[in-house]
Design a protein around this ligand. Structure first.
Ligand code: RBF
Length: 380
């Protein structure tokens, strides 16, 4: 009996277990079938856990992205030596890379043959190694847009250039009309003054490496307009070297400008600027420096320096790019009021060279441009 009873209990237990198992299976099957109100009611809970899971997943993915190498190529359209904008670019990007363990940088000099630049940028993109190609030059946006037709994944960060609406390219351009206006105003103050190196003629000069739209539409007219704010009768002697390295040619051009009555020259010709310094020193005339603090290049001869904060811009924007927060397709233009373009007032070589009255007038203009009372559009 014991045995029979036990058997009976075992049967009932099995039956109960079996029934519970089948019912559980049914409930589960219904639950998983995804139909009926209950299932719908369970939906958000289920999707909640899915969101949690996918959040955890994307956090992991982000971690993975953060651990992934971020290789950068800096393309120098020319050479580093003698071109402060390029040096500032390389320095700023290197600083950003030093602050991010997973980032690396390779700096490639493209040389002075502009016809080769597109092939050289193509080579970098074709390597499919660089998350980002960085450069600085008004000609680069167009070149990179062409390259990106064949390499749509390749991203570009381009300073000193402008292109809006290409989803592979972010550009950051300086308002060089304003930069040149500040330079021209200073040159105008000096050429109308009785400083030892200034003559009675109202002539200032600009020596460019080559002609290009930003030069003809922004820098040249901005420089003259700034000077004419001081005196309407000032005229501009504009000459072109034809490249960005020939210091002998630039010295000759400067010499012939001196003969024509020019007493302040703004050289924008890269490595060739050295020739202009030489001529200025030999003839006791003045120079205005562009892009960086240039007072020490010829103490007593450099009467002004308009600086672009390209090193800082390159560092900050490269960091953003590494962190994934750049909006490709956008094009930024920044000027004096934004703080990225300025005139350096505080250098002792400036205060020692330029009389106080002129410095006060230059400071007053800078302040008006900083607070937005005087502003100019950067011509497109
Ligand atoms: N500026 C330089 O200082 N060095 C250069 O080698 C140089 N090459 C240039 C090449 C091209 C095709 C163009 C359009 C501009 C170049 N510039 C160069 C000028 C530079 O972009 C910028 O306008 C000036 O430095 C003034 O800020």
């Amino acid at each position: 009996m014991h045995t029979g009873n036990n058997r009976g209990r075992r049967f009932i237990t099995r039956f109960l277990f079996g029934t519970v198992f089948i019912m559980t299976a049914l409930v589960l099957a219904l639950g998983l079938s995804g139909c009926g109100e209950k299932t719908t009611a369970e939906g958000p809970a289920e999707s909640q856990s899915t969101v949690e899971k996918s959040e955890a997943g994307s956090a992991k993915a982000e971690e993975a992205v953060e651990e992934q190498p971020f290789d950068i190529a800096v393309f120098i359209p020319g050479v580093l030596a003698g071109s402060p904008l390029y040096q500032m670019l390389a320095d700023g990007v290197t600083q950003a890379v030093d602050a991010h363990e997973r980032a690396t940088v390779k700096v490639v000099e493209g040389g002075f043959n502009q016809a080769e630049w597109r092939d050289k940028v193509t080579e970098l993109a074709a390597a499919e190694k660089y998350e980002l190609i960085i450069s600085s030059n008004p000609a680069l946006p167009e070149i990179c847009a062409r390259v990106s037709e064949n390499f749509p994944q390749q991203k570009f960060l381009l300073f000193d250039g402008y292109l809006e609406g290409n989803n592979s390219i972010y550009t950051f351009r300086y308002n060089q009309y304003e930069q040149a206006f500040l330079a021209g105003h200073m040159a105008g103050l000096v050429t109308t003054d009785g400083m030892p190196g200034a003559n009675p003629e109202l002539k200032i000069g600009l020596i460019a490496g080559q002609e290009y739209p930003d030069m003809n539409q922004a820098i040249k007219p901005g420089f003259l307009a700034g000077a004419r704010m001081v005196n309407e009768d000032i005229s501009l002697d504009f000459r072109v070297v034809g490249n960005w390295y020939d210091a002998t040619k630039a010295a000759e051009l400067a010499q012939s400008m001196v003969k024509a009555g020019v007493d302040v020259i703004l050289p924008i010709s890269g490595g060739a600027n050295q020739g202009v310094i030489k001529t200025a020193e030999e003839n006791d005339i003045y120079i205005h420096w562009f892009d960086t603090n240039g007072y020490a290049n010829s103490p007593g001869r450099v009467i002004g320096s308009t600086a672009l904060l390209q090193e800082q811009a390159a560092r900050e924007i490269t960091e953003k790019a590494i962190e994934g927060s750049i909006r490709y397709g956008e094009a930024e233009v920044v000027g004096v009021a934004d703080g990225w373009v300025t005139f350096i007032l505080s250098d002792p070589l400036y205060t020692d060279t330029v009389p106080e009255e002129l410095r006060m007038r230059q400071k007053a203009l800078l302040e008006k441009m900083v607070n937005g009372d005087i502003q100019f559009e950067m011509p497109q």
